[in-house]
Structure formats: C-alpha cells, structure tokens
Design a protein around this ligand. Sequence first.
Ligand SMILES: [Zn+2]
Length: 273
Amino acid sequence: MIVARSVLSLYCRSLGRRPSSPTLISSVQAVSSPKIRLSGAIRVSFVRSSSESLSPPNRDSAGTAPIPGGSSGIVRRISFCQWCGGKTKHEVPDGEEKMRAICTLCGKIAYQNPKMVVGCLIEHEEKVLLCKRNIEPSFGLWTLPAGYMEIGESAAEGAIRETWEEAGAEVEVISPFAQLDIPRIGQTYIIFLARMQKPHFSPGPESSDCQLFSLSDIPFDSLAFSSIFVTLKLYIEDVKIGRPRFHYGIINKRPGSSPSDMRAFKLDNHLHS
Ligand SMILES: [Zn+2]
C-alpha cells in the first residue's frame, strides 16, 4: 500500500447564512509536506473539488460559544475545578507546552480534548434521510442524524442511538463512511453508512421534520454543518463512481473567521480508500 498524501482542498465562501446566490471558490491544492501519513487501506488519490454550487452550512454541531484559547484551536475557559470546586489558575504545567486550567486547591489539571460526533448516512431507495433541526445551533437547517458519542458506547452504537433519537429510525450500520476532523472546535465526526431495518422514521424531539431526499434534491443551501455538507458531497461523488469509499479529511475554518461562523471552510488532507 502507498502512503497517503493530501488531496482535496475545497474553499467555500458565501455572504450569508442562507445565500440565495451562493458563491463558490474551489481549488485542488496539493500539500507539499503533508501532516498525515496513513498506511494500510488508504492509497494516494487526487480528487477534484466539486463543480456543483456549494453553499456552506452555518455551524458545526453542538457548538456552544467557544473561547479562543490558543493559536490553532478553541478551548473553553474553566474557572472552577470539576472535582473539588476550587478556583483554577491558568498556566503551562511543568513538562507541557499548552496552557491548562489548574486547580488552586487540589492541583488537578482540567484537560480539554476533542469530542466525537457520530451519525448515520441512511440510504433508502436511492435517497438519504435528513433531519430538520428543532434545536440550536442551526435551528431549522437540515442535517444527518448525529450527535455526541457517550461514554460506554462504541461509535457505531452511538450513531445508531442518535439516529433513533433524532429520526425515530431503527438502522443497522453497513460500513464506516467518513471521519472528518474539525481541529479548531475540537470535534471529530464519524459517519457510518446505514440502512433502515424497517422503512419507518419520524422526527424525535430534536427534529421538526425528517425526510428522504433524492441526491439531486438535497438542500445544500440549508444544511446545518460543514461536516454534513462535506459528507453528502463525498457521498454523491461515490454514488457517481458506483462504489462507496472511506473518507478522511480535515475541515479548516477560513483564517480569521469566527469558529461559529460557517461562512468559510476548506477540506484539507482528503484521503479515501
Ligand atoms: Zn480541585
């Protein structure tokens, strides 16, 4: 197998949350010194960015107001210790390089690590199931059923659970489809291809509607999150070539943009099987 190299770079901009005339700037950008090396099933590939009209979504999932806390990511300010309630101080601990919240009473360090968001891309009669969000962020916009993975469950179990909760659909996982890292907000999406065990779905409390969309009718101008936007675009590419692949990529916000402002993003280091 060949070491995988960076591939795809989409750079998308729009002028508003739901632009009526979305603007697309796309490019293929080879990265000369890739940060990522994978061996095994992933091989070198060069993928052209889509020429379809792209309209980036609004925010990434579950995004509560983050606080800039570093040069490359977002951390939340922790003022009190989660173990003893003591006040924290913010320092770089001995032997480390990053600023941490350290309890002034018990001395414990509050490490902040990325969260896993797991979900399903459900195929049914050449359509995919989307949910309209009934909660913030991205209220009223469409998404795949997905949410934070819980302690004690696997990624696939979490994706199945979230699908049940948000879409009232019982599904079985077919295969992993995409891992999309969003370093700036500390999230990693794991999306599985799945099928309904029964042809039934209905919106849960977090959804106001659930619908099956043919691929030509996916509402790209009103999707909730960049990760969902990228996932669906990659899925359409795979359908066109006639086989599902596994995709890895890094969603990077346009420099200078607010972490919660999805007017601009790019997909870097796109690798696929
Ligand atoms: Zn403490």
